[in-house]
Design a binder for this molecule. Sequence first.
Ligand SMILES: [Zn+2]
Length: 385
Amino acid sequence: MTPTAVFNGLVGQDKAVSELEKAISSARSNSSGQEMTHAWLFTGPPGSGRSNIAKAFAASLVCSNSGCGTCTDCKSALAGSHQDVELFAVNGLAIKVDEIREIVARSAWSSSVSRWRVIVIEDCDRMTEAAGNALLRAIEEPGTSTVWLLCAPTLHDVIPTIRSRCRHVQLRTPSKSEITDFLISSLEVTIKEATFAAGLSQGHIGKARSYISDKNFKSTRQKLFQIFFSVTSEKKALHSAQELVNLAEGRVESKFAELIEKENESSKSIYQGTGRGLAAGGSKALKELEKDQKARTNRAIKDELDGYLLEYTSALRDCLVSKDQRLNYDLAEELENFSSKISPGGISKILSDLSTTRNLLNSNTSQTLLLEGFFLKVYRATSGH
Ligand SMILES: [Zn+2]
């Protein structure tokens, strides 16, 4: 295994990986070169692997073999249980100032077993302004052994003052053939299945993998498009909106059910153990936990719905391109039928409505209302009303 094997799971990011490898070798040789620095910002489109590359970099900094991928240091760093590596992912909708303050306080601890103390913060675009400012102060005066690894979709998602203090690593969207090769080499899958999943994923590695491994993928996809194609009256448009929301809620609920139960159990046992019981600090903490869980669930439902709309986008784009460029092979017949009811201009209009609806998912507007509006437009465009 090569020394930086920990980066092997990344797809199509050779340029970024080679920059990090230089930093690792510079950090190890204690050279005075500029390759290593104390704050890094990883940006890239969803699914390009920005948090994975940050975690792999963290592992390689604490591994005595520069990121072998197999030693205890590497494995625990990647899993978030290494003493010198802290992985922070947003729990609710936003990263709060108190959370950043706690991380900053811990960042000052000296490392226990390795040369570096590494802190990975995913989704820095979700920091509140106050949280951003608290982080800025820490990055301005980093400890000699502290390394900050921040992740965000684009540079513009991070305040300029933080941006300017970080070394920027830009990830690219991996190509369809890169994803296909990756799926074939890492999962038990046929070339046909890999090509289909890679095409549908639109450059999102995690999605491509889950298309292969999610047992419910096919049935969810079926339901998703059944909802879309059944919009043949105003009443059905409203019904489809509700069904889509129900589908997303159901998927998210079953995804989090086990985790929520575990969190509730462990929270209760902590307070019962203090002898204060649930009546004192415990009930307040439980309420706080419930609030966080709710925020996390809401966020996940939005993401789930956004994913559905992205699938609609991909399918409708197929209606506008030549047959050999289509990705949604499994919907050929339905899309043919849909195209016969609407002009290419009408399809372009729905694509733009999809994009607007996706943007509005992040506002406070009710999701059901937004989707009702969207499906009504689909109905009118396909019925000539
Ligand atoms: Zn290792």
